[in-house]
Design a protein around this ligand. Structure first.
Ligand code: SF4
Length: 177
């Protein structure tokens, strides 16, 4: 395996807590930096993505923009990892899944305790809310899941260390040769 592995990260309907957990790796991130090169990620504010070896996705799909971003991200990542409960199973945003979308919008914009304007936003520029929140694996193929809210920094570090060393993971796949 020659050269550094390109890694990208992205957030959909999440709270960036999983990204904070990546940062909680602290100084061990320097070990990872010897073999990984960050591509598009909010951690470095690099916005343009090229083809990557590994993609890490936080958050599920709550609107049409999330779906579009996830599909594009999948298309540019050889291995796609969903981290956190939002990406793997919908998480906190999916708590709305048992409530009709109409009622959710009414509570948020018409009758909720923090409402000030009383209008449901309808500008065509705003991404369309989906009828429910979907975990990433219901939209694209996901190679590995790392659950938790958020997954601990130690778990993320162990996982990335296994990837960089090409160790066999629980799925039985040896990811990088
Ligand atoms: Fe935030 Fe938890 Fe969702 Fe991660 S899994 S994006 S920490 S709510």
């Amino acid at each position: 395996m020659g050269g550094k592995l390109k890694i990208a990260t992205c957030s959909l309907a999440g709270c960036f807590g999983c990204h904070m957990s990546i940062l909680d790796i602290d100084e061990r991130i320097l070990d990872l930096a010897r073999v990984f090169e960050f591509n598009k990620t909010p951690l470095t504010d690099i916005k343009d993505q090229t083809e990557c070896d590994i993609g890490i996705i936080e958050g599920g799909c709550a609107n049409s923009d999330n779906v579009e971003v996830l599909r594009e991200f999948r298309g540019k990542c050889k291995i796609l990892v969903s981290i956190g409960d939002c990406a793997t199973m919908g998480g906190v945003p999916a708590m709305r899944n048992n409530i009709p979308i109409r009622e959710c919008l009414a509570e948020a914009f018409l009758s909720g305790p923090t409402v000030t304007h009383g209008i449901i936003p309808n500008d065509p520029e705003i991404p369309l809310m989906l009828n429910r929140v979907y975990p990433c694996n219901q939209v694209v193929r996901i190679d590995y899941h790392l659950p938790g809210c958020p997954p601990g920094a130690d778990s993320i570090f162990s996982f990335l260390s296994a990837l960089k060393e090409g160790r066999k993971l629980d799925s039985g796949k040896c990811l990088l040769k």
